[in-house]
Design a binder for this molecule. Structure first.
Ligand SMILES: NC(=O)C1=CN([C@@H]2O[C@H](COP(=O)(O)OP(=O)(O)OC[C@H]3O[C@@H](n4cnc5c(N)ncnc54)[C@H](O)[C@@H]3O)[C@@H](O)[C@H]2O)C=CC1
Ligand SMILES: O=C([O-])CC(=O)C(=O)O
Length: 347
């Protein structure tokens, strides 16, 4: 074991490499005016790295803060060499969390452990709940007005955890907290397009409920362009969309869960948040948010994102019998997951 002073010195040396020299910092910052400031927490991970790369490429981002408890010097050095506009800064370890968060407009959280085959997302609760709680305490202190995108699983519980942390700190604004369920929509669009023989970019499948198993409820009766499916196709598509995450976990055989498609989905969702913040009209995506659409305190549906975050939550729309049965199953499981998250912070 290395003595902790040696470890701290090493971290300080590594951290020093994450910033440009003092006399160059102002000149770097000038290139960053006009866009949004975005932090990724868990930026050195399987999702974090490709997400950081894609965010660096987003013209709406002027400053990109990469925070993790390991490996941010390397990831930051690497990504900062891309000749895209955003200035990239790295932050390593808990003692740099506050610097990473101060002044941010959008915070994206993919920090935490992923599943291995045989696990459910809820099996990640014991580790990830504490990680999300600590990170949200930092957000409440350093950037309470930021939009927060929670990716860390189990999303059905980590979003209620974040809400409770913000309530305790007196900073909770339900419009600014969103659980990222975009990957369910991305998968649904892909799988439905395959069945219909369409380009997935032309397909829009609303996916409501939450982000685990039966709580992932694709509304196949509301697919655009308007179409119809056989009962066999509905069973196949519902099952594949609900178990898309497990399909990847099993294929990766112990090496983690979806990272590349998730980074794609996360940047699609983050971009929608930034366009909303900019004031673009008609920015609509599915997200898991505080909601009155059902009797549950959180639920994923289509939402309209604007300057203040979630500005409108759309109703479920007409459901068929199959979807109504799915909704009941989803609500039952979601209720327990939400309560588990709330109790974790209130206990
Ligand atoms: N919402 C969604 O649709 C999806 C969510 N996920 C979830 O995203 C999370 C991350 O997945 P991966 O990137 O594949 O995992 P990973 O293990 O590759 O990366 C996670 C990163 O988080 C970092 N980390 C751990 N504790 C931290 C802390 N206290 N502060 C900051 N960073 C910390 C780790 O050092 C690591 O770099 C998992 O919980 C996974 O289940 C994954 C795919 C889809
Ligand atoms: O399945 C997992 O554990 C990761 C995830 O949430 C997904 O891919 O949808």
């Amino acid at each position: 074991m290395q003595p902790s002073s040696q470890v701290n010195q090493r971290i300080a040396r590594l951290a020093a490499h994450l910033q440009p020299p003092n006399d160059l910092q102002n000149c770097r910052a000038k290139g960053a005016s006009g866009g949004f400031k975005v932090a990724i927490l868990g930026a050195a991970g399987g999702i974090g790295q490709p997400l950081a790369m894609l965010m660096k490429m987003n013209p709406l981002v002027s400053l990109l803060h990469l925070y993790d408890v390991v490996n941010t010097p390397g990831v930051t050095a690497d990504i900062s060499h891309m000749d895209a506009a955003a200035v990239v800064r790295g932050f390593l370890g808990q003692q740099q969390l506050e610097d990473a968060l101060t002044g941010m407009d959008l915070v994206v959280i993919p920090a935490g452990v992923p599943r291995k085959p045989g696990m459910t997302r809820d099996d990640l609760f014991n580790i990830n709940a504490g990680i999300v709680k600590t990170l949200c305490e930092g957000i409440a202190k350093c950037c309470p007005k930021a939009i927060v995108n929670v990716i860390s699983n189990p999303v059905n519980s980590t979003v209620p955890i974040a809400a409770e942390v913000f309530k305790k700190a007196g900073t909770y604004d339900p419009k600014r907290l969103m659980g990222v369920t975009m990957l369910d929509v991305v998968r649904a669009n892909t799988f439905v397009a395959e069945v219909l023989g369409l380009d997935p970019r032309e397909v829009d499948v609303p996916v409501v409920g939450g982000h685990a198993g039966v709580t992932i409820l694709p509304l196949l009766s509301q697919v655009k362009p308007s179409c119809s499916f056989t009962p066999k196709e509905i069973d196949y598509l519902t099952d594949r969309i609900q178990n898309g995450g497990t399909e990847v976990v099993e294929a990766k055989a112990g090496a983690g869960s979806a990272t590349l498609s998730m980074a794609y989905a996360a940047v699609k969702f983050a971009d929608a948040c930034l366009r909303g913040l900019r004031g673009d009209a008609g920015v609509v995506q599915c997200a898991y948010v505080a909601s009155e659409v059902t009797e549950l305190p959180f639920f994923a549906t289509k939402v309209r994102i604007g300057r203040s975050g979630v500005e409108e939550i759309y109703p479920l729309g007409p459901l068929n019998e199959y979807e109504r049965a799915g909704l009941e199953k989803a609500k039952k499981e979601l209720a327990g997951s939400i309560q588990k998250g709330v109790s974790f912070v209130r206990k």
